[in-house]
Design a protein around this ligand. Structure first.
Ligand SMILES: Nc1ncnc2c1ncn2[C@@H]1O[C@H](COP(=O)(O)OP(=O)(O)OP(=O)(O)O)[C@@H](O)[C@H]1O
Length: 335
């Protein structure tokens, strides 16, 4: 999709989890990439496989999950290869901001203790993960207090010694952002980082996050179901439905001229981005009983018999800077 080598590249990733009811085909040839310094939004309804995809990138999949095919490359290295290499990179070069600041911090440990532990296992640039020799602890403490200041936590020295319940939800999310950015990772994976917060705090946190990553040219994979957040934050977007990549493109193209019927329907659910608000009838199918071919077919008003015959490959529409997986494109049908 882009000219330069991507920092993160996920290609044709297929992942299954065996269950008592049958095999859950959770990811079906997911494909997208994140360039250096780029913010990519990963968008889709609940149950589309976003969290599973993040776990695959971070190397924290449940034991029973099986990657059937495909690849995840980070800085050119195969993250699905050696477990040691994967863990090292996930710890050092990929920062993670979780969804819920109310549960992500352990209530019985001081904030500083938890931040120190995370930084110990990621390390500052040039330090191996887990290293605590020399004056590392002192340097980490000073660095983390600076990070708390950068995320606008009042009286950061004092905050370092306080417990999570002594902070508001917005402040806790700022602490988690400070922690995730503390090792100066190349990539931040943020799993709906503001959904647990009120609208005003959401906006403040997103603006702060964007400023912080811009300063260091850090890339970000931002999981969200909210196109308003995409419009505010993202350079590019990957739209997922029921474990399949439907459309990849720049945020501007996807928001203003969506091509895939699913992208169009998803945008039409957002009052701020659509003249006419229309929901999408039906629900995301279970990955155990996913329909054949395009999984959006049963909910798609443009659906044809061909849509259930095979999984449409990602194709580049003429003159377009994006990938779209829809058989109707191949047949020259306006979607
Ligand atoms: N360990 C598991 N065993 C069986 N099925 C699973 C497992 N984990 C996830 N799934 C199923 O995989 C599908 C995708 O789940 P996932 O949590 O990745 O979606 P999501 O897009 O992140 O949803 P949300 O936005 O609600 O977090 C769902 O149907 C879910 O029930």
């Amino acid at each position: 999709m882009k000219d330069t080598l991507p920092l993160l590249s996920v290609r044709n990733l297929q992942l299954v989890i065996p269950t008592d009811e049958g095999t859950a085909k959770i990811l079906d040839r997911v494909t997208f990439e994140v360039a250096e310094g780029e913010v990519v939004g990963l968008v889709g309804e609940s149950g589309c496989g976003k969290s599973t995809l993040i776990k695959a990138i971070l190397g924290i999949l449940p034991n029973q999950a099986e990657i059937v095919s495909g690849e995840i490359k980070f800085g050119g290295l195969d993250l699905l290869g050696s477990a040691t290499r994967r863990t090292w990179h996930a710890a050092k070069d990929i920062g993670f901001i979780p969804q819920d600041p109310f549960t992500a911090l352990n209530p019985v440990f001081k904030v500083g203790v938890q931040m120190m532990e995370i930084l110990r296992w990621s390390g500052l640039p040039g330090e191996p993960p887990g290293y605590i020799g020399g004056n590392t602890r002192q340097r980490h403490r000073e660095h983390l207090i600076k990070m708390l200041k950068a995320v606008q936590i009042p009286d950061p020295e004092d905050a370092f010694e306080r417990y999570p319940h002594q902070f508001s939800g917005g402040q806790r999310q700022r602490i988690l952002i400070a922690s995730a950015l503390s090792s100066r990772p190349k990539l931040i994976v943020a799993d709906e980082p503001t959904t647990a917060l009120d609208v005003t705090t959401q906006r403040e946190i997103l603006i702060l996050l964007r400023e912080l990553i811009e300063d260091d040219k850090t890339s970000m994979l931002l999981v969200t179901h909210d196109f308003g957040v995409v419009a505010q934050m993202c350079d590019s977007v990957s739209v997922m439905y029921a474990g399949q990549t439907m459309e990849n493109g720049t945020a501007k193209d996807i928001i203003h001229t969506p091509i895939h019927p699913y992208t169009k329907r998803l945008l039409a659910c957002h009052p701020e981005l659509s003249d006419e608000i229309v929901g999408i009838p039906g629900t995301v199918p279970s990955p155990i009983f996913a329909p054949p071919g395009c999984r959006f077919g049963p909910r798609c008003t443009s659906c044809r018999p061909a849509c259930s015959e095979q999984r449409p490959p990602l194709m580049k529409p003429v003159g377009g800077q994006r990938d779209v997986a829809c058989v109707l494109l191949d047949q020259g049908v306006r979607v």
